[in-house]
Every structure is written in C-alpha cells, then in structure tokens.
Design a protein around this ligand. Sequence first.
Ligand SMILES: NC(=O)c1ccc[n+]([C@@H]2O[C@H](COP(=O)([O-])OP(=O)(O)OC[C@H]3O[C@@H](n4cnc5c(N)ncnc54)[C@H](OP(=O)(O)O)[C@@H]3O)[C@@H](O)[C@H]2O)c1
Length: 281
Amino acid sequence: MKGSPILIIGKNGKTGRRVERQLQTLGYATRAVSRSTSRVFDWEDPATWRAALEGTKSGYVTFYPDLAIPSAEQTIRDFTAVARNVGLRHLVLLSGRGEQGAERAEDVLVNSGLDWNVVRASWFMQNFSEGFMVEGILGGELMLPVGDIAEPFIDVDDIADVVVASLTRPALRNRLFEVSGPRALTFAQCVSEISEAVGYPVKFTRIGIDEFTNVLRDEGVSGEALWLMRELFTVVLDGRNANPTTGVEEALGRPATDFGEFLRKVVATGAWQRSGLVQHG
Ligand SMILES: NC(=O)c1ccc[n+]([C@@H]2O[C@H](COP(=O)([O-])OP(=O)(O)OC[C@H]3O[C@@H](n4cnc5c(N)ncnc54)[C@H](OP(=O)(O)O)[C@@H]3O)[C@@H](O)[C@H]2O)c1
C-alpha cells in the first residue's frame, strides 16, 4: 500500500465506490466514509468530520445532496477549514455544471490554501441505471418535467478515471476539469436508445414541474431535496449545459465514453432486466 490512506467521502455513491475500487487496484490505501461506515462521516453533523479525516493527506469529496443547495457554500467552507487543520493537503471536489451554488463552493476550495481539483460534471448517465430514474425505466414509462433540452450525459466511469488521475498525478494539480459525454441527447432520445437496447418498450412522458414535485412529496421527499429537484429541472436544465466539453480528454488524453457504450455495459450487468417478466425483443 502506498502512503497514507486516500480519503473518499461518499463510499457507497455512484462515483465514490468506483474511485475506491480503482485506487485499491492501483495499490493505494483508502479511507472511504459515509453515514453508514464504521468511521461515520455525516455532512449534517460536523462533529463527525475530524475523526473521519485524521491521518489522511488527500481526498475525494462528494457532497450530498448537491452543491447547488444554499447551505453548501458554508458547509464546504467549514469542511475545508477542518481538512487544513488536520493536515490534508489536496482535495478533489465533485461539482455540477451550470449550478451557481456549486461554483461558489468550488471557489471556497480553490481559495482554501489546499491543493485542489474540481471535476465539474454534467448529468450522470448512471441516473438511468443506478439512480432515481431506474424505476421509470423498469416500469416502462419515465415521467419527468423536462422537454427538448439536450444534455451531454457523462459516464461516471469516466468521472472516476478523471478523479483518480487528479488524485495520483501531481502534474494535474490545481485544475478544473469540466467533464461531459461526447453527445448531447434529450431525455426522450436517451429513453428511446435504452428501450432499443433492453428490448422492451419504454416511453418518455413530459409532466409539469408541480405534478412532479407533488409526486415526490407524496413519496416523502421534503425540504432541501424537494427544492433541489425544482432547481435542477427548472434552472439548471434550461439548455445552458447542452454543449459537450473536453474535460475527459484534457485529463486522460482519450475521448469520453459514448451513451451507446454505456448502454452495452449496463445491459451486460442485467440492471435493466425485469425479473419474472418475459422480454420481447
Ligand atoms: N447525479 C448527477 O447527475 C450529478 C451530476 C453532477 C454532479 N453530481 C454530484 O454528485 C454528488 C452525488 O450525487 P448522487 O445523487 O449521484 O449521489 P451518490 O453519489 O450516489 O451518493 C449517494 C450517497 O451519499 C451518501 N450520503 C447521503 N447523505 C449523506 C450525508 N448527510 N452525509 C454523508 N453521506 C451522505 C449515502 O451514503 P450513506 O447512506 O452510506 O451515507 C449515499 O450512498 C452530488 O454532490 C451531486 O451534486 C451529480
């Protein structure tokens, strides 16, 4: 194992678990934490932070639920102060494209006195396979409050590659990588490509934002999480992020993964298989 453990905040998250796996494969010791690990890290309980960070020198930070929420800037300010205090020297922060709140949090890290990287990502392809949209896909209808806005979804395997490179290659320090996939697709186009790949019909239906948030409220979503969904669908998804970026290539010297390749990987895992149903293809 090489050196002190590399901190990963968000052990079970979509990117955190991939970053941990890759670092371990490369022979690095890791300290991956979240609310459910034996060494607890909870963004909502600053008393847990110091013990989770002590003994680490560099780390990957995923904030939850999203840096766009109004309290995130102050939380990241408090967090970087603790990190400096316990001797961390370098943090890599996952951020979101087109989010003003996230950019304020990024600035806090950039001006913290620590070495930094920001990986500012577009919407994850894996929201369709590991996130809040899986249920809709499996149920045959994805209902979202979004129209013909194109988004260059990114494969989180690419994000993990960029994060690991940022953590392990000093030549990449103190740089922002704005990362996206190579093709901007509307949600309807994504669903159509998914339907073709899985071999059962899935349709996309646009609903109103109030209808959407009412459904979420009925499911028990409240407070900042509800605010966040409205912000993401009405403000961030207005077309501002439609242009694909070159961040993956800048960090890794290879192109970003296409949605078609993502589909092939997910189909091979069986994540979109409907158990007990006969598939017609
Ligand atoms: N999804 C996207 O399309 C997208 C795009 C750009 C940027 N991002 C950014 O990616 C980050 C992660 O987003 P995600 O929604 O995809 O989630 P995720 O990475 O899948 O992370 C979910 C994990 O967060 C942990 N968590 C929840 N509340 C926590 C808390 N209070 N303290 C510590 N850990 C907590 C949970 O683990 P435990 O239950 O074990 O605590 C859960 O496994 C966010 O900062 C988001 O802004 C997401």
